[in-house]
Ligand binder design. Sequence first.
Ligand code: AGV
Ligand code: CA
Length: 309
Amino acid sequence: MKNVYFNHDGGVDDLISLFLLLQMDNIKLTGVSVIDADCYIEPATFASRKIIARFGDNKIETAMSKERGKNPFPKDWRMHAFFMDALPILNERQTLAPLAEQEAYQHLIDKVMAEPEKTTLLFTGPLTDLAKALQVEPAITEKIERLVWMGGTYLAEGNVHEPEHDGTAEWNAFWDPEAVGVVFKSSIAIDMVALESTLQVPLTTEVRQMWADERAFEGVDFLGVSYAMVPPLKHFATNSTYYLWDVLTTAALGNPDLVKSKVIQSNVITEGPAQGRTYEEENGRPVNVVYDVDREQFFEYITTLAKKI
Ligand code: AGV
Ligand code: CA
């Protein structure tokens, strides 16, 4: 059993990640927190508490972040949290897991310090709350097994298409580039699920059909309905094409055999038109970069988890 603390930013794949984490029997989820990045924080927090109440251990707390990023996410994407929170499957029983009193960064510190064993951090949004936690309580470093983060890329093309940016960054890094810098300066071991691997798991019509075929399973129906809100890859990739970014990251934590990784000495650009870009640099900070995934095994793994409820 691994202790895991999960910080996310309320997207469809963030919330599905929470659902799947709760089905993994090799993981003990010690706490959850939500940051106002690729979501609106109220519906994202309610959706998290409803998912925990319905599919998990109703004692797990959810904390809200008050941190703000440098570069805001598009509103259209942030709206997904409202749709998730409104799903009938999450509102049928009207139960809510507890809301934490602390802000997210303090909740993370408290949960990590309270465990006798080390904790693995899973971050599927920007690293802002971790950067703040490291500044407030540097001693958490010794209690952290590793950070598993969805973010960054070393490809020439990232997924940020915004005015005044050169397109080389990944969004979670772009939202708060300084936070990536702070975390890179720490001694925490980092597994980074970069765009190199997430590009291999687009949402497609075949994936949707596979879930539709098995919708008699409540958990598989939940996957299908959730991923009906976001556009698949059909003819060519656009700015809004959806990949299973965070779900791949969560699956890589639950079952490391699904992915391949290599160490890259890294740094991050924190200002100017390339801000948020992670790049290889001699004598840079070693990062364990997940660059490849067994696509078929991955979908098999998550669908099997979804059938467990
Ligand atoms: O860059 C990927 C990150 C992931 O954590 N997020 C979405 C995932 O939760 C930002 C993002 C990039 N492109 C997007 C995003 C899109 N087309 N729709 C919504 N979010
Ligand atoms: Ca996310």
